[in-house]
Write a protein that binds this ligand. Structure first.
Ligand code: TXA
Ligand code: MG
Length: 311
């Protein structure tokens, strides 16, 4: 059921139920992060493999002290600069964090989200919320309450509707497992340049493998059900069988949807997952999407497109 009753959402969470929550990035599928049984239900509802750890969403920056055993200076600086916001930090966990949340790893992903309705919800619960994106494992992430309803509506207790997500792609993940060598595990709204301005140079470990350190790195992820091909520029012609997602002013009218006619990468990020869903629902047999400039949040967009198109 979709609604905006914060009290009801809090009651369900307290009782160990599942609630889809709005965040500024994408919708999350939340449970009480201190309740192992409730967290297990997230894995079941999403069909998510148990080796794929969840992010803990915190009510405040200060709360990090309860769930992170060591908070290196660089982590403090990043949290102070970007929280609440689309940045996830990987840090050593405390004993308060159940092993199911981290898939048995001694490290936990932490973020303080920035969404007005979620902030309100945090006033009614006294535990962090474990939440992956609210989509079936490997599929396109949700940026509206209706997206969640379409894919998981019958498996969760409540969907808290906070309107369309303002950013549209998931948080940037920075691992501080070795504080001397921080590295980006997933591109997101906060760019590498922004991070480096705060803590100096960071490495990246984005490329996928058969045993990725962040399963968001799996080759095939964010997938549409119809085959998707990435293209560098707009094609000359358009056939009925192909649905084309364009970007920018140069695509003429050889496209079905344009991520941003003014080449605004933030607008493109906001629309990306909705457009992939719309394309998937069309009568076309095949989808095409144009790569966007590989800069700023464009890197996160290209990363998601590449994985959606893989295989
Ligand atoms: O913006 C976001 O991050 C959204 C919203 C809901 O907050 N959440 C999200 O969660 O994208 P999810 O589960 O779809 O992606 C989180 C990624 C996963 O690929 C997971 O493997 C990685 O974070 N992750 C979580 N904990 C980790 C850990 N301890 N070590 C390495 N990677 C971790
Ligand atoms: Mg996800």
């Amino acid at each position: 059921m979709i609604g905006n009753d914060v009290q009801k959402a809090a009651d369900i969470l307290r009782q160990g139920g599942l609630v889809a929550i709005p965040t500024e990035t994408v919708y999350g599928l939340a449970a009480n992060g201190f309740n192992s049984e409730a967290v297990l239900r997230i894995f079941e509802a999403k069909n998510r493999p148990s080796f794929d750890p969840l992010i803990l969403h915190l009510c405040s920056t200060k709360y990090i002290e309860r769930v992170a055993a060591i908070i290196p200076e660089k982590a403090k600086q990043l949290a102070d600069t970007f929280w609440p916001g689309p940045l996830t930090l990987i840090l050593p966990k405390t004993h308060l964090v159940p092993d199911v949340v981290t898939s048995g790893l001694p490290f936990v992903g932490l973020r303080q989200p920035n969404h007005p309705l979620l902030k309100e919800l945090f006033e009614h619960v006294d535990f962090p919320l474990a939440a992956p994106s609210a989509n079936p494992f490997g599929m396109v992430s949700p940026t509206t309450a209706q997206h969640v309803e379409d894919q998981l509506g019958d498996r969760i207790d409540y969907i808290l509707d906070g309107g369309p997500c303002t950013i549209g792609v998931e948080s940037t993940i920075v691992s501080l497992e070795d504080p001397d060598r921080p590295k980006i595990l997933r591109y997101g709204a906060i760019t590498q340049e922004q991070i480096e301005e705060v803590i100096g140079s960071v490495g990246t470990q984005i490329s996928s493998s058969s045993k990725p350190s962040s399963p968001g790195q799996l080759d095939r992820h964010y997938a549409t059900s119809k085959p998707l091909e990435l293209i560098e520029s707009a094609p000359q012609h358009k056939s009925e069988q192909t649905f084309i997602i364009g970007f920018g002013a140069d695509v003429g009218n050889v496209f079905d949807l344009n991520l941003s006619p003014t080449s605004d990468l933030h607008e493109a990020a906001r629309k990306l997952f909705s457009f992939l869903r719309e394309a998937d629902k069309s009568t076309a047999l095949k989808l095409m999407a144009m790569r966007v400039p590989d800069e700023g949040i464009g890197r996160a967009i290209n990363d998601r497109l590449k994985r959606a198109a893989h295989g």
